[in-house]
Ligand binder design. Structure first.
Ligand code: AMP
Ligand code: MG
Length: 348
């Protein structure tokens, strides 16, 4: 069936597919999700197959009303209520103790579940009509760039999905912020669409950034993620345009803001936000990386954003996208070829 405009009729059809245990890709304000009935373990298993996602990597459950949290989670608590009230619907995911009705496959065997109420009319209508919570990771092969348009989903997963609802480009463009509320202290598992500073203001305390490897958790925490196929090299803010270009190579440039100098020698240039506005830059990030990845380049030089607010979410993704290429460097084609092989052989 492919890509269909998200009309009320198409959403109704998608909801019916979800109820029958099929997969549907749908827009949210963060990125496009690949959804299944969260309470149907076989349907959820298909998500892992289609994405080639490792089974140890749990999914976010999407709901259409904050009251549904009580049905999925135990010991919800004041901190969670406060955050839900301030940030839902919106790009904030809360990790809470799960109830038995949430299947193990959704949470990868963890005693906790991640829940979120998306801020997108199509996503909300789909969940309401399906009359069930929807488990949905980003609609891309595991480890690859997240999709922020219906076309991205079609190019990456295409005919494997029953239906792709097209709701236009995603407004936020980076995944949700994930906060674990199951411990003494709230912990940040992934930087995302809600700046951590805003969460701290509402909670009136600092939020600890969880240390990798504490427990099995976010793939946001796997070292490689959000990766294009083309090698990426990072540059500090303001430095990217001055990169020494290797001879005979096609190099692309991803700039956070408009450069103050004339650019020479780059084969393809993307500017995330002319004026260096983090919200606009985040919304453009994945689409720009998709275009760079299709431009037949040997290398992408990517400028980091200033390290605050949404800049943190942008940089977390750029660092992970670059991490498997760190040692490849310029002019070492064999190292690069090795890296490319590794990525293809990777689960995603
Ligand atoms: P994605 O859907 O691809 O954006 O990834 C969902 C993110 O939520 C992953 O980073 C998961 O590891 C994280 N997540 C889902 N459930 C849990 C959980 N119970 N505890 C911690 N992180 C979770
Ligand atoms: Mg993802």
């Amino acid at each position: 069936m492919g890509v269909v405009k998200a009309t009320p009729e198409a959403i109704a059809r998608a909801a019916e597919l979800i109820r029958r245990g099929k997969l549907v890709a749908f827009p949210t304000e963060t990125v496009y999700g690949l959804g299944a009935d969260a309470l149907n373990p076989e349907a959820v298993a298909r998500i892992f197959e289609v994405k080639r996602r490792p089974r140890f990597d749990p999914l976010i459950v999407h709901i259409a009303d904050p009251r549904e949290v009580e049905g999925l989670c135990e010991r919800v608590g004041e901190r969670a209520r406060l955050l839900m009230e301030k940030f839902w619907p919106g790009p904030l995911t809360l990790v809470l103790p799960k109830r038995r009705k949430v299947p193990e496959i959704v949470t990868a065997g963890l005693p906790t579940v991640a829940v979120r109420m998306p801020d997108h009319p199509v996503a909300l209508e789909l969940i309401r009509r399906a009359q069930t919570p929807i488990a949905a990771p980003s609609a891309n092969p595991f480890g690859y760039l997240s999709p922020t348009t219906a076309e991205h989903v079609y190019e990456q997963l295409g005919e494997q999905i029953e239906l792709i609802l097209d709701g236009g480009p995603c407004r936020v463009g980076v995944e949700s912020t994930i906060v674990d509320l199951t411990g003494e202290e709230p912990e940040l598992l992934r930087a995302g669409g809600v700046p951590v500073e805003e969460l701290e203001r509402v909670l009136g305390r600092e939020i600890r950034v969880s240390r990798e490897g504490d427990r099995p958790r976010s793939p946001g925490q796997l070292p490689k993620h959000y990766s294009p196929r083309t090698p990426i090299q990072l540059a500090e803010p303001g430095q990217a345009a001055h990169t020494q270009l290797p001879e005979g190579k096609r190099v692309g440039l991803l700039l956070f803001r408009a450069p103050g100098v004339a650019l020479e020698g780059f084969a393809h240039v993307e500017v995330l936000s002319e004026r260096g506005e983090p919200r606009e830059a985040a919304a453009n990030l994945f689409a720009a990386l998709h275009r760079l990845d299709r431009a037949g380049l040997d290398l992408i030089v990517a400028e980091l954003a200033p390290e605050e607010g949404l800049g943190l979410a942008i940089n977390e993704r750029l660092r992970k996208a670059a991490s498997s290429f760190k040692r490849a460097g310029f002019g070492t084609p064999s190292a690069r070829a090795d890296d490319k092989r590794k990525i293809r052989g990777d689960p995603g």
